[in-house]
Design a protein around this ligand. Structure first.
Ligand SMILES: C[S@@+](CC[C@H](N)C(=O)[O-])C[C@H]1O[C@@H](n2cnc3c(N)ncnc32)[C@H](O)[C@@H]1O
Length: 229
């Protein structure tokens, strides 16, 4: 195993839902990089991966502040990418942990953009998407045959019009637009609603009641809408 930066998907929450490949790599790397939005928040990705880590590996907490200033956000991405690139240039094997899959709405994609420009060797290791775990937690088939699936990370009235063309809609980051989604779904007989919070964790919660969108939706929540026949 030579020096490389891995983007490792650790799945949505249950430490048993890492791939065997991810676990094998975690047991061999020198450095485990853990993204955090602030030093006080800790890291869900690290909590998930912890049982699988090589105890000798250095854990590197990388702050990616969620500030309004876009330039500051980009600067922290670039600074963290430089740090990771330096480890690899110095012969280290580095794993960057990411919730779910590394290429679906993840911080790792910002790092990937920089290190690819700098010709740093990178390998992405897929993880189980949170919405795959959510659908499985409630035995809800996603799509079959010619059905079409949409995945959203935000919502407005125009998107809602476009969504009507789909059979199934996955709403990620729903905490940011829960009141609007409630307004659009309340009294609407065209869509079946399912919402799962903290899938695979001890405090997993499931709801089939649209009204729960108004009850303080947690960040780790995904909604799946199914068009009624
Ligand atoms: C920044 S995205 C990360 C997506 C991740 N890369 C993936 O592959 O699922 C964060 C969103 O993923 C969803 N999510 C992540 N973990 C979850 C969990 N344990 N339960 C429910 N939804 C989750 C939520 O919609 C959350 O707002």
């Amino acid at each position: 195993m030579s020096a490389v930066l891995y983007g490792i998907g650790v799945g949505p929450g249950d430490p048993d839902l890492l791939t065997i490949k991810a676990v094998k790599i975690l047991q061999q790397v020198d450095v485990v990089a853990v993204p955090e939005s602030s030093s006080e928040n800790g890291s869900t990705a690290l909590d998930i991966a912890l049982p699988h880590l090589n105890k000798e590996a250095v854990v590197l907490n990388l702050e990616f502040p969620m500030v309004a200033d876009v330039n500051k956000r980009e600067l922290s991405r670039q600074t963290n990418a430089r740090l990771l690139a330096d480890y690899v240039r110095n012969g280290k094997k580095v794993a960057f942990l990411t919730l779910g899959d590394p290429l679906l709405y993840s911080t790792f994609q910002y790092i990937l953009r920089y290190v690819s420009q700098w010709q740093i060797p990178v390998k992405c290791i897929p993880g189980i998407y949170s919405f795959a775990a959510v659908a499985n937690a409630i035995n809800l088939p996603l799509v079959i045959g010619n059905q079409q699936l949409a995945v959203l990370s935000n919502l407005d009235e125009n998107k809602w019009d476009a969504i009507q063309l789909f059979d199934k809609v996955v709403c990620m980051k729903v905490s940011a637009y829960a009141p609007l989604l409630h307004q659009l779904l309340n009294g609407n007989n065209h869509w079946q609603f399912a919402m799962v919070t903290n899938v695979g964790k001890a405090d997993q919660q499931i709801s089939f009641d649209v009204a729960d969108l108004l009850c303080g939706v947690h960040y780790f929540t995904t909604v799946i809408l199914t068009k009624k026949d």
